[in-house]
Design a protein around this ligand. Structure first.
Ligand SMILES: [Cu+2]
Length: 160
């Protein structure tokens, strides 16, 4: 079970523990989004010449819609969100995805056949059994870093 909470949430928790009396802290807290990531995983890459793909589920437990607007990963010279679409002839193609809205109380899955994190210009191969950090950038300024476990070349999803 992989679950990472946004820094904003931790900041809120700390503020509550310290019982900060200032109004600004309370206002900041009211805008806090509670974004978490579940079950991140990636496929092992075949060398470094082809891009890697990573998958995960984003959960928004906040009160406002938040959009995934970008990605950052040291392992990739160019990380972005793609969408795979399959047309009526069964032909699949990938295009860069627009910002992905995660509604309040909802989830969005990046999974094979749909949205995915495309890791182009790999700086090192994705080796099965290892992990790498991936940072998700959201429209409210939240930056959420997750550790992505690397599964086998033929993996179709996280174990368990
Ligand atoms: Cu892609």
């Amino acid at each position: 079970m992989f679950k990472v909470f946004a820094k904003g949430f931790l900041g809120l928790a700390v503020a509550l523990v310290m019982n900060l009396p200032t109004m600004s802290a309370a206002q900041d807290a009211s805008n806090d989004t509670l974004i978490s990531v579940e079950n991140p995983w990636a496929r092992a890459s075949i060398g470094m010449s082809r891009p890697g793909g990573a998958y995960l589920t984003i959960r928004n437990d906040g009160k406002d819609t938040v959009s995934l607007v970008g990605l950052r990963a040291e392992i990739s010279g160019m990380a972005s969100v793609h969408e795979t679409r399959t047309n009526s002839d069964g032909v699949s193609s990938m295009t860069p995805a627009e910002d992905i809205a995660i509604p309040a109380g909802g989830t969005v899955a990046l999974e094979p056949g749909g949205y995915h994190a495309m890791l182009m210009q790999l700086q090192s191969p994705l080796v099965e059994g290892e992990t790498f950090p991936l940072t998700l950038l959201f429209s409210d300024g939240t930056e959420l870093e997750v550790n992505v476990p690397i599964l086998g070349v033929g993996a179709r999803g996280p174990e368990g």
